[in-house]
Write a protein that binds this ligand. Structure first.
Ligand code: PLP
Length: 402
């Protein structure tokens, strides 16, 4: 028995139970999902795809992977699905490879405005292998007329939408029309909003995009991993060979089993209610902060941005550290027009996917907004704030009971 690792897992479990988790990209996977991910399926090599493996003994993992594929197809109304990407970044790498030659031109949103590292950041593989140009946000929002103008000018091979820190719904149909006008491909990275899409509280990009990538561990509430969907058979074949053998080796069948369970859970009525609760809770917290005078973005999804610099005279990193003192976990984030560097920032990204899983109510979310405001503006002591946090958390499910 590895006592040290067991102790560290226990400490992390206690930390997760103790705190209010507002990192917008996190969630709590169910016991069934955690058991699948911790199962003996981790022992099995199964390079290739169901029915076409490089190893023997794959009869059961073939069924696991086929089940994951068919459930994902149904959940997102997609004709073809690859469930093997180990992460969202790997899914994006494989999707670019399937869609474009090396050096192809991609029009995306830059990291500082809410895009992801893999959307063309110079520190990621993406900018190394592809030629990225970016469209701006106007007052923190996509401006589709501006996007059209830039697309006409830049003539990209691909427009990429779907973001890491964008608080509004995305009009995929509008972007598809722009792609048609300029004659380019359309890819959506729905990593953040996949759970909202599954629950039908956000438009489904699979209807419009040539390829959709995702993670399975954010609003979708599954195991840590990636996913690629398309309705185009020719692209599907290219996606499959981009995932294996180009970028990855043997698939993680224990994680694929967890993904299959996640897709089943996400197709339930209780998940639909959960997703609506996430939206309502996010809005309740955003409204509470706004009504007290804090400067916040609007929110149409599971997250919003809080301008901590103008609201409290604190940089994003200082606000993040201060909230962490009382067990409220957030992350520093650039806000529209931010003049500070990404390691400082002028704001925070705040999301309600995780705490809603634990049973956070709208009233709790409102009170969390008030608590953030009072603590960041030094209106309550650390001791009082800590008491409020433990009172809130004491009414929620423990993460091992989820
Ligand atoms: N795409 C988006 C929009 C994301 O926000 C993220 C992660 O935060 C990813 C891709 C990458 O996912 P992973 O961390 O699994 O590589």
């Amino acid at each position: 028995m590895d006592k040290k690792i067991i102790e560290l897992i226990k400490l992390e479990q206690e930390r997760q139970n103790r705190g209010i988790e507002l990192i917008a990209s996190e969630n709590y996977a169910s016991k069934d999902i955690r058991e699948a991910c911790g199962s003996i399926l981790t022992n099995k090599y199964s390079e290739g795809y169901p029915g076409k493996r490089y190893y023997g003994g794959c009869e059961y993992v073939d069924e696991v992977e086929n089940l994951a594929i068919s459930r994902a197809k149904e959940l997102f109304n997609a004709k073809f699905v690859n469930v093997q990407p180990h992460s969202g970044s790997q899914a994006n790498a494989a999707a670019y490879r399937a869609l474009l030659p090396q050096g192809g031109k991609i029009l995306s949103l830059v990291l500082n405005d809410g895009g992801h590292l893999t959307h063309g950041s110079p520190v990621s593989f993406s900018a190394h292998f592809y030629n990225f140009v970016h469209y701006p946000l106007i007052n923190g929002k996509l401006d589709y007329d501006e996007l059209l103008k830039i697309a006409i000018n830049e003539k990209p091979d691909l427009i990429l939408a779907g973001f890491s820190a964008y608080p509004y719904q995305i009009d995929f149909k509008r972007i598809k029309d722009i792609c048609n006008q300029v004659g380019c491909l359309f890819m959506v990275d729905m990593a953040h909003i996949a759970g909202l899409v599954a629950a039908k509280v956000h438009p489904n990009p699979v209807e419009y995009a040539d390829v959709v990538t995702s993670t399975t561990h954010k609003t979708l509430r599954g195991p840590r991993g990636g996913l690629i969907l398309t309705n185009n058979e020719e692209l599907y074949k290219r996606i499959n060979s981009a995932v294996f053998p180009f970028y990855q080796g043997g698939p993680f069948q224990h994680i694929i089993a967890g993904k299959a369970t996640c897709f089943l859970e996400a197709s339930s009525d209780s998940f639909k209610k959960y997703a609506q609760d996430v939206l309502d809770n996010t809005k309740a917290c955003q409204e509470a902060l706004k009504s007290l005078g804090a400067i916040v973005s609007d929110s149409e999804v599971h997250l919003f941005l809080l301008n901590t610099l103008d609201s409290f005279g604190l940089t994003g990193i200082d606000a993040q550290v201060k909230l962490e003192e009382i067990g409220v976990t957030t992350n520093k984030n650039m806000i529209p027009g931010d003049t500070l560097k990404p390691n400082k920032t002028s704001g925070l990204r705040i999301g309600f996917a995780a705490v809603t899983t634990r049973g956070c109510t709208k009233e709790d979310a409102h009170n969390i907004g008030k608590l953030i405001y009072s603590y960041l503006s030094n209106k309550i002591s650390k001791e009082d704030a800590l008491k409020q946090v433990s009172l809130l958390v004491s009414n929620w499910k423990k993460i091992e009971e989820i």
